[in-house]
Write a protein that binds this ligand. Structure first.
Ligand code: XLS
Ligand code: CA
Ligand code: CA
Length: 419
């Protein structure tokens, strides 16, 4: 097996005080790399992801694992992310489904032990089956809630077994299509109840990692409760889940919510909740979740600037990304990973260069200098009263605040990035 050669990714090279491998724990998403075959709303598969076996069989589940581990080894990727459904097809009963998951996790665990490649995070697919048409924990059916909880229990066990750093809740159908049939407060209370039960069980079986919520505003639901980082943080704090949960920020979901990737990273980090990253990108001209392999060095540099400032992620960088429909050969899969890993490696170096250059950080620091003493320091200490601030203001009119110098700063960034 020949290792893939990178242009910028050198796992052991130290950048900003840590190895590239340490800053960038890359992960392969089982569903895209081994599952997505190019199907879209208007046409079927273009890629062959049978891997020499019949799809829907356990032989196929094993063939996917074989291909996945070889791919990760070639790339030097040390983690993978999975839904229960990605690992083995669902059977007629929960008991049979669980038996299949036990069987395939034995197989994967053996490969994991042989290679050192582990799960980054696991999750349960609580959106694909027809039973989840009205959501899982937010379903109007208590039986569906119970079934979702059973799947979370099993997915947590798999995550622990496969060495996962985290466990993800992505609420694709935890939302609504019309408020005319929905009790939003009731549904969100139920979502919190499932999460609390998951924390209790996870800790009981020895899961010491973080739980994550992955915000997304819509698709498939018209409105998802975990709309963006801010809405999700409010939910976690309201229900007392902040100690066990962090966020898994996905670039494409950030832009769907009308934010930038960087905005969502900053919001999570400001609240001490930057856990993990789903590294992908959307398309500025398309209003849905295209899950493309990230290629913008500029975006990657912005991302890595936020990540360095936050001291890194406790999770990793999961390529929740798939090849375009017309890039359908096995070589296209390798090329996509290589290109995106290099994008983040270069982004990391550029972000470190921005910090090293110092002009941006110095500008931001100086911009708030007026809060360092006098009335500003009083405001920062939280002790300034309105009466005092009025008395202060009566003495003189405030000067205009200093210029934001936006264009100058953008020029500095261009200079550091491109010379
Ligand atoms: C879908 C989400 C999903 C989560 C895991 O848009 O990105 O794939 O990452 O359920
Ligand atoms: Ca994702
Ligand atoms: Ca997505």
């Amino acid at each position: 097996m020949s290792k893939i050669q990178f242009r910028h990714y050198r796992p052991d090279e130290v950048v900003a005080g840590k190895t590239m491998r340490g800053w960038l724990p890359f992960s392969m998403s089982w569903w895209h790399a081994l599952g997505a075959a190019g199907t879209d709303m208007f046409g079927g598969d273009t890629a062959d992801k049978s891997f020499g076996a019949t799809p829907g069989t356990m032989a196929h589940a094993r063939a996917k694992a074989d291909f996945g581990f070889e791919l990760m080894q070639k790339l030097g990727i040390e983690y993978f992310c999975f839904h229960d459904r990605d690992l083995a097809p669902e059977a007629a009963t929960l008991a049979e489904t669980n038996a299949r998951l036990d069987e395939i996790s034995d197989y994967i665990l053996a490969k994991s032990k042989a290679t050192g490649i582990k799960a980054l995070w696991g999750t349960a697919n609580l959106f694909g089956h027809a039973r989840y048409m009205n959501g899982a924990a937010s379903s109007n059916s208590a039986d569906v809630f119970a079934r979702a909880a059973a799947s979370v229990k099993k997915a947590l066990e798999l995550t622990v077994r496969l060495g996962g750093r985290g466990y993800v809740f992505w609420g694709g159908r935890e939302g609504y299509d019309t408020l005319w049939n929905t009790d939003t407060k009731f549904e969100q209370e139920n979502i919190a109840a499932l999460m609390k039960a998951a924390v209790a069980y996870g800790r009981k079986i020895g899961f010491s990692g973080d739980f994550y919520i992955e915000p997304k505003p819509k698709e498939p639901a018209k409105h998802q409760y975990d709309f963006d980082a801010a809405a999700t943080i409010l939910f976690l704090k309201k229900y007392g889940l902040g100690g066990d949960f962090k966020l898994n920020i996905e670039a494409n979901h950030a832009t769907l919510a009308g934010h930038t990737f960087r905005h969502e990273l900053r919001t999570a980090a400001d609240n001490g909740m930057l856990g993990s990253i789903d590294a992908n990108t959307g398309d500025a001209l398309l209003g849905w979740d295209t899950d493309e392999f990230p290629y913008s060095v500029y975006d990657a540099a912005e991302c890595m600037y936020e990540v360095i400032k936050a001291g890194g992620v406790t999770g990793g960088f999961n390529f929740d990304a798939k090849n375009r429909r017309a890039s359908y050969t096995p070589e296209d899969i390798e090329t996509a990973f290589r290109m995106s890993m290099d994008t983040f490696a270069l982004g990391l170096k550029k972000a470190a260069a921005i910090i090293e250059d110092g002009r941006i950080d110095a500008f931001v620091r100086d911009r708030y200098a007026g809060y360092g003493s006098g009335i500003g320091a009083k405001i920062r200490s939280g002790s300034a009263t309105l009466e005092e601030l009025e008395a202060y203001s009566l003495k003189s009119e405030p000067a205009l605040p200093g210029s934001g110098r936006q264009e100058e700063l953008l020029g500095v960034i261009n200079e550091v990035l491109f010379g």
